[in-house]
Design a protein around this ligand. Structure first.
Ligand SMILES: [Zn+2]
Length: 473
């Protein structure tokens, strides 16, 4: 079924959020009609971030199933930290009728994570203003994330579970005020978002090797190559102790009870570990720099281990150095930030930089192309993939037919927008004539007249019969 463009699933929207809108659009009082038609079942639970039966949904929507899996769930993040379950998880999320939490081997309950749909009140208000409906974002569903990094406020949560809403397609979003989040929670949520983006674009990486390299820089590897595990556990538990606000208090106290670092670091004791454990550990180990998960970008200097305690504002430092005309090499050496990151900051701030070298992998390039194909705005692609806007533009220009395709999408969106506006005007003003309606929305009227006259006339009230001149009062 093809939905109007404005009702189509939005970039990074959760599957649940989308289904709620779709159900509302269909206008049925229960969700069983939609469930029956899409999933061939009357009752379905939609998991906030690991939903299943995506093949059915993709088929119903006539979209690519992998794009639902990658862009609208946390599949990539779970697979990234546990490559051994990658294939099985993908298969189950596409076709299984059952929950997949058992194959991830990592039930949330052990971490005291509240199970539900999280949402940012500012993001939701913006989406209502822009599209007329609330949109829940997949990055906010990352376990342990409690803040929206874009708006720096605390996320709110709708509880799921048997007494919650997970068999219902309703969104009861409270109207309460947004609450400012603390700096550490914001940094952690930004870090988690960046890791999610990297996980979508990267092949399997050797996580233990990456961890070992950073541990070595921090002095946690002996000269014979062993990890100083008890020293590390002491340090990390004191970090968890001090930084209470990075995530939920219950989660932190659950994590403090038992050390979890061994399985993350040693091959022999390895079993699937919850992504939140990886995220918290790497946030500290990498000093908040998610780029370290991309092993192809060499890091030249060791970053001070105290960064987590006193966060450095790298963006300002880099902008300052770029303005002073310092070279990429020097900035890279002085900040420890990758060239990608420096280029991004330079391009986001309209500053010139000295290199045009492409450091992005083919996987990143393909991700840009895929998002561009979906008609996502250049700025948003750049932001989501942590690349420069210039790079996105270059990829779009250099991919045959992509610019033309995007033009066509924009045009379709415009026509559909015009249709929506006229329809709204007619519904809200049933007594107005065609001429009066045209005066209220001239541009939309003209656009629709030009491109879909039949549709325009089907929306408008019947034309008035012409009055003979001698009957005029
Ligand atoms: Zn937000």
């Amino acid at each position: 079924m093809k939905l109007p463009i404005l009702l189509a699933i939005q970039p990074n929207e959760t599957i649940f959020s989308f289904l709620v809108r779709w159900n509302k659009y269909l206008g049925f009082s229960t969700e069983s009609y939609l469930f029956k038609n899409v999933f061939d079942k009357n009752r379905v639970r939609i998991h906030p971030y690991l939903p299943t039966q995506l093949s059915n949904l993709a088929e119903a929507l006539e979209v690519e199933k992998n794009s639902l899996l990658i862009d609208h769930t946390l599949y990539s993040l779970f697979a990234f930290f546990n490559p051994s379950i990658r294939e099985k998880l993908m298969k189950k999320m596409l076709v299984s009728q059952h929950t997949v939490t058992n194959i991830t081997g990592i039930p949330s309950a052990k971490l005291s994570l509240t199970f539900g749909h999280k949402w940012c009140p500012v993001c939701v208000a913006e989406s209502i203003k822009q599209f007329g409906f609330p949109i829940l974002k997949i990055e906010h569903q990352i376990p342990g994330v409690i803040a929206c990094s874009a708006h720096q406020v605390l996320l709110k949560q709708i509880i799921c579970g048997d007494n919650g809403i997970d068999r219902k397609l309703i969104l009861a979003l409270s109207n309460s005020q947004s609450q400012k989040a603390n700096q550490l929670a914001i940094q952690f949520s930004q870090f988690a978002l960046e890791v999610l983006i990297i996980s979508r674009a990267s092949e399997i990486t050797d996580l233990r090797k990456i961890y070992r390299e950073q541990l070595s820089k921090k002095g946690y590897i002996t000269k014979h190559g062993y990890i100083r595990i008890s020293m590390l556990e002491d340090k990390f538990s004191s970090i968890l102790e001090e930084h209470l606000n990075v995530t939920d208090h219950h989660v932190l106290s659950a994590l403090r009870k038992k050390s979890f670092l061994g399985p993350l670091l040693r091959e022999k004791t390895s079993f699937p570990a919850h992504p939140l454990k990886h995220l918290l550990f790497s946030f500290w180990l990498f000093d908040g720099n998610a780029d370290l998960f991309i092993p192809s970008i060499p890091k030249k200097i060791e970053i001070s281990p105290s960064k987590l305690e006193k966060p450095r504002n790298f963006d300002d430092e880099i902008i300052c150095m770029l303005r002073e005309g310092k070279s990429m090499n020097l900035i890279e050496a002085q900040t420890g930030k990758s060239r990608c990151a420096i280029r991004r900051i330079a391009e986001l701030n309209g500053l010139k930089h000295a290199t045009n070298e492409m450091h992005y992998s083919n996987a990143i390039k393909r991700a840009v192309q895929r998002k561009a194909l979906m008609g996502i705005h250049r700025n948003k692609i750049a932001q989501e993939l942590s690349v420069g806007i210039g790079y996105v533009e270059q990829v779009i220009c250099n991919t045959p037919n992509l610019s033309e395709w995007r033009k066509q999408l924009r045009h379709q969106a415009k026509v559909s927008n015009a249709e929506k506006t006229i329809q709204m005007l007619v519904t809200n003003n049933p007594s107005l004539t065609r001429t009066q309606l045209r005066a209220l929305a001239e541009a939309e009227y003209a656009l629709l007249y030009l491109h879909d006259k039949e549709r325009l006339f089907s929306l408008l009230p019947k034309p008035l019969k012409p009055t003979p001149p001698n009957c005029k009062k």
